[in-house]
Design a protein around this ligand. Sequence first.
Ligand code: KG4
Ligand code: ZN
Length: 342
Amino acid sequence: MRSPSSEPLVLGIETSCDETGVGVVRGHELLADEVASSVDEHARFGGVVPEVASRAHLEAMVPTVHRALATAGVRLTDLDAVAVTAGPGLAGALLVGVAAAKAYSLALGVPLYGVNHLASHVAVDVLEHGPLPEPAVAMLVSGGHSSLLLVPDLTRELVPLGQTVDDAAGEAFDKVARLLGLGFPGGPVVDRLARDGDPAAIAFPRAMPGSYDVSFSGLKTAVARWVEAHEGAVPVADVCASFQEAVVDVLTAKAVRACREHGVDHLLLGGGVAANSRLRALAQERCDAAGVVLRVPRPGLCTDNGAMVAALGARLVDAGVAPSALDLPADSALDVTEVMAR
Ligand code: KG4
Ligand code: ZN
């Protein structure tokens, strides 16, 4: 039993997609963040194959937990709580993490916290930049989600402001990379090639300017049509730069407008696409102009990881929130408003 004065030591497990993430956190302090990725096994399919991901989680789970504990210099019996992503995500993949977390919780006699993947993406920033001022606006952009959220209290409430009506932002990067023959995942390579391109070379469309929702499927189609029409002479760097500019222009404009319209002066970015160099730069520029403080974790904490789950778990323990039941389900469609699954 932990003494009331000490910070909770929490193990976090993340298996919602293709990364087996295990983190160890004490309060706001990151002690370990180990990730075993199955991304190479999916590359030849051009996207994540759920059954392949589930099997890879199963194989990586226990070794990754042991690596994280060794890195943190703690023993299983030192833990005060176990947190796990209960959703949203791939059902079979989530199940592996949830089953493992239940086993550790039961065996160690410590509380289990089944948490929301999206809220974890928000929570992770406290490990790098300290307590999050609330309310804040969070924009989470990855291969699976594009969400704009108002965060009045991270342990209790996330209010959805907007989301994608079709493709997620990272999905758009991956699809455009695929049609340019650049491989998977597409974000990092598009980001790199775009540095040598002209973002104003091609005027790709910006959808739904008045809403907090976003749409990327029309942009993807516009890129496909443009590439088709210029077959044999595609200026790849210019296409990458112009496509990327269209995505980050829309995302940053909406995020900053959400801050302004809700009277919020802190914007947080998270998710794999938050590793994008142009997104980070333009968000900084627009936040500076609007008097908004931008918080973006380092790229390694933006992509899926276990530390973010442990960080949210530690906040929940600290806030005295009741843990999940041991019959906690994995909920692939867990609503963004639910910080915890029960
Ligand atoms: O958060 P994440 O690791 O996993 C999901 O929850 O999806 O995000 C992966 C996504 C992929 O679509 C990948 O192409 C994109 O993030 N991504 C990037 C960059 N790095 C990763 N997109 C744009 N620029 C990047 N530098
Ligand atoms: Zn994610």
